[in-house]
Design a protein around this ligand. Structure first.
Ligand code: GCU
Length: 438
């Protein structure tokens, strides 16, 4: 990669790259990601089964009463930040419609964060199959381009909120335009999900917290931020924690509105990329989620930070300063000083099923680091009486591309191709859900 010699030109180019590349930003000029395994710094992973005072954790009870709360607290204070306590919610059903030739019912619901008239809200869109004997298991996930991006039906309201500038003409001055209808439909195979007997609930992530650094004034940060005033400033919630908070409130709404037809004891939380980081934190911090799916979540998601390969902690904190708590910046180019690493985040989901997926051309997200983190969570899953990744021990080597590891409670695959969510990915998640949620 070419280095710029003039610091000013370098800065201008960096910012132009950042501002134009949007959600799938890769390595920017100036930051030289390491992709060479031989250059990974020496590291030792913190043991999920040894408590901070050095005592081994040898029973499920010790995990649940000592180590799990301790790790949760460390992830809050050092990585994602402390969120407010759950706020009461209220909701209004905005639309309900039979879709796909009678196959399903689609609803749009405004979910308000708080009971006040001016409480901020997010719009959830749900689909449930009409042919069902009772409530159905469902996937719940945030989307990048609005509910209207998931499904091109013009009856879905074009989200009026703030959008990152799209690369394919789907925005005009940070507002979604008509071209964005159905723009992310390939990532949401709604009919496939319904045909397999599942519901789907989705929300535009920017409804919860617009994805730019404004000093945490907009979105629910602004409205609920006062509630974390007693938390040390460096450990207050970042945007990923806010998005995860929104997912939990969405689950509250599904619980309180039985008309939506979702079996809330069987909700899998799913997310891609930054929203995969979010689904992991939502699943770790809210044990009501029955299954968790992280698709290509990378740094600050499923990938081990200590490998510092592809995107690093320093790099992510620089380009996206609002995603994590400020304390996380202490580990820029200093990953081993962090008391936790991402395998422990996956372990916090145990014994519930978790699925981590990588893509072969997504080296920025460190597929190997994602696999190693999933494997390193395995001992916790086994302590809790499950078969972890399956077999007698986790596989020592990464599986070949497109060969899913899915016999246990921790699933993993490396899909051939780029950073994306494809039908292949969904087929694996649905198979995993069939085994654990049906
Ligand atoms: C960037 C960022 C990643 C993130 C991705 C996304 O590439 O560096 O950490 O996962 O955006 O969310 O699209």
């Amino acid at each position: 990669m070419q280095r710029f010699t003039s610091p000013r030109l370098w800065t201008v180019c960096c910012w132009m790259f950042i501002l134009t590349c949007g959600p799938s930003i890769g390595p920017a000029s100036g930051f030289e990601p390491n992709y060479d395994e031989s250059k990974i710094p020496d590291y030792t992973l913190p043991d999920p089964l040894v408590s901070q005072d050095g005592a081994p954790i040898t029973s499920a009870e010790q995990w649940n009463t000592v180590r799990r709360p301790e790790l949760l607290d460390l992830f809050e204070k050092h990585v994602y930040g402390v969120s407010p306590k759950p706020c009461p919610i209220r909701h209004e059903v905005v639309s309900r419609k039979t879709v796909f030739n009678g196959l399903a019912t689609r609803s749009e619901i405004d979910v308000f964060f708080g009971l006040a008239d001016d409480a901020p809200s997010m719009r959830m869109m749900t689909y449930v199959p009409n042919e069902r004997s009772g409530p159905v298991p469902a996937f719940l996930g945030l989307n990048f381009q609005g509910n209207h991006g998931v499904d091109a039906d013009p009856a879905i309201e074009l989200n009026p909120g703030w959008f990152r500038e799209g690369r394919n003409g789907t925005t005009d001055g940070n507002k979604a335009n008509e071209k964005s209808r159905g723009a992310t439909a390939s990532r949401w195979p709604v009919k496939m999900i319904l045909d397999r007997g599942y519901g789907l609930a989705t929300i535009y992530y920017g409804d919860i917290d617009p994805d730019f650094d404004d000093g945490f004034k907009n979105g629910i940060h602004g409205a609920l931020g006062g509630q974390v005033a007693d938390v040390a400033p460096e450990s207050r919630w970042g945007s990923i924690a806010a998005w995860a908070y929104g997912l939990s409130r969405a689950l509250d709404c599904l619980e309180s509105e039985s008309e939506l037809g979702v079996d809330t004891s069987k909700v899998a939380v799913i997310g891609h990329s930054r929203l995969g980081k979010t689904s992991l934190w939502a699943g770790a911090s809210d044990p009501r989620f029955a299954m968790v799916v992280s698709n290509n979540s990378g740094c600050g998601g499923a990938a081990l930070s200590r490998r510092a390969i592809g995107e690093t902690v320093g790099r992510i904190n620089t380009v996206f300063p609002h995603w994590f708590c400020d304390q996380f910046t202490e580990y820029n180019e200093n990953e081993s000083a962090c008391p936790v690493d991402q395998h422990q985040l996956i372990a916090l989901i145990a014994p519930r099923p978790v699925y981590v997926a990588s893509a072969s051309e997504d080296q920025w997200a460190d597929p190997k680091g994602e696999f190693l983190a999933a494997a390193a969570a395995d001992p916790v899953y086994r302590l809790l009486g499950t078969r972890g990744m399956g077999g007698d021990a986790p596989p020592a080597k990464m599986p070949a591309a497109d060969r899913a590891i899915n016999r246990g409670v921790i699933g993993y695959h490396l899909r051939t191709g780029k950073h994306d969510v494809t039908d292949y990915d969904w087929q694996q998640y649905l198979d995993m859900a069939d085994r654990h949620l049906q």
